[in-house]
Write a protein that binds this ligand. Structure first.
Ligand code: FAD
Length: 289
């Protein structure tokens, strides 16, 4: 394995996700450039299951240990800008992507600033804010597919909608994407970033252990508003709590487990269905192994 990746063993996953929950992983692998496919072949041959993780800011990891390998794309972080296009690798943070594109005079990715994740996961979940989503600007995405083949898919080939893409349902690895860029008033874009951050600080529990919005907003409504109106703010289960600051956030208040968080999720879903006949869809990813 050592020739294909940096190998760490018996790694506590609590330090690898923003909820700070989960057990240990037998292996934590950071593949070297161009070595992912031979690594996947080896893992398959040795019957070692794998799971790819970015910054862990959108996952609910299970409490049990993982007798498998976590893959990290930390060696895949390059960004290259040419002719109003940005070629960015999956391990790149969204913050670096926005900083670099703004430095080059391009403003349209401003809404990704302060989303604490990687490009790969952003593509997988079609992340967004401020009434924009990343797929507005995706030209193509390069993946390693289920047969370990590298494929470049154009925007039209990819099923994507609000906070959803087909990649959420496939065992693939996103390697990189090509994004369309638009020139504009950089100072204005920076002002919008500052005012968005200000709004987040006022309305979201940013100083707690959480993984962003739990549910996607239902059409024409806000999940947070419904949960608050249903009187669920502050509801606790074990060490987890529905944030008193923003009802669509669950926080790890004190040694919460995955079980605590999932219990709160099912309470919310049940209450909202009963009260408003609305089925809330999860934005966060429940991981099972
Ligand atoms: C305070 C806070 C604010 C947030 N604000 C927003 C927001 O405004 N808008 C928004 O949309 N989200 C928001 N999020 C959620 C989260 O930051 C985004 O979903 C982010 O894109 C997740 O990136 P990550 O690298 O942490 O992904 P992870 O949590 O590590 O992974 C998420 C999923 O992506 C998969 N994945 C990761 N990398 C790859 C890859 N290379 N190929 C294939 N699959 C991959 C994982 O397997 C997992 O299923 C917020 C989160 C927090 C904590």
């Amino acid at each position: 394995m050592n020739e294909y990746a940096q190998v760490l063993e018996n790694i506590d996953l609590k330090n690898k996700n923003t909820y700070h929950i989960g057990g240990k992983a037998k292996y934590y692998l950071t593949p070297y450039k161009d070595k992912i496919i031979p690594l996947l072949t080896l893992l398959e041959k040795e019957n070692i299951p794998w799971y790819i993780l970015g910054k862990g800011s959108n996952v609910i990891l299970p409490d049990c240990d993982f007798d498998g390998a976590i893959l990290s794309l930390d060696n895949y972080q390059s960004i290259y800008i040419q002719d109003d296009l940005c070629y960015v690798e999956a391990g790149c943070s969204l913050n670096s992507l926005v900083t670099k594109t703004l430095d080059a005079g391009y403003i349209n990715l401003y809404f990704l600033k302060n989303i604490p994740g990687t490009l790969g996961a952003a593509i997988q979940g079609n992340v967004g804010s401020d009434n924009h989503e990343i797929f507005e600007y995706v030209k193509n995405v390069t993946i390693i597919d289920e047969n370990k083949q590298i494929k470049t898919l154009t925007r039209a080939d990819i099923v994507a909608s609000y906070r959803f893409t087909e990649f959420k349902q496939r065992k693939i690895i996103i390697l990189k994407a090509c994004l369309e860029l638009k020139l504009g008033d950089v100072l204005e874009a920076k002002k919008k970033i500052i005012s968005n951050l200000d709004r987040r600080r006022k309305t979201q529990p940013l100083d707690t252990r959480n993984a962003g919005s739990v549910f996607a907003n239902p059409p024409t409504d806000s999940a947070g508003r419904l949960i608050e109106e249903a009187g669920l703010k502050g509801r606790k289960e074990g060490g987890a709590e529905i944030s008193t600051k923003h009802a669509n956030f669950i926080i790890n208040k004190e040694n919460a487990t995955s079980k605590d968080i999932k219990k709160l999720i099912s309470i919310i879903k049940k209450e909202i269905k009963e009260k408003y006949d609305i089925t809330l869809e999860l934005e966060q990813v429940i991981v099972d192994w």
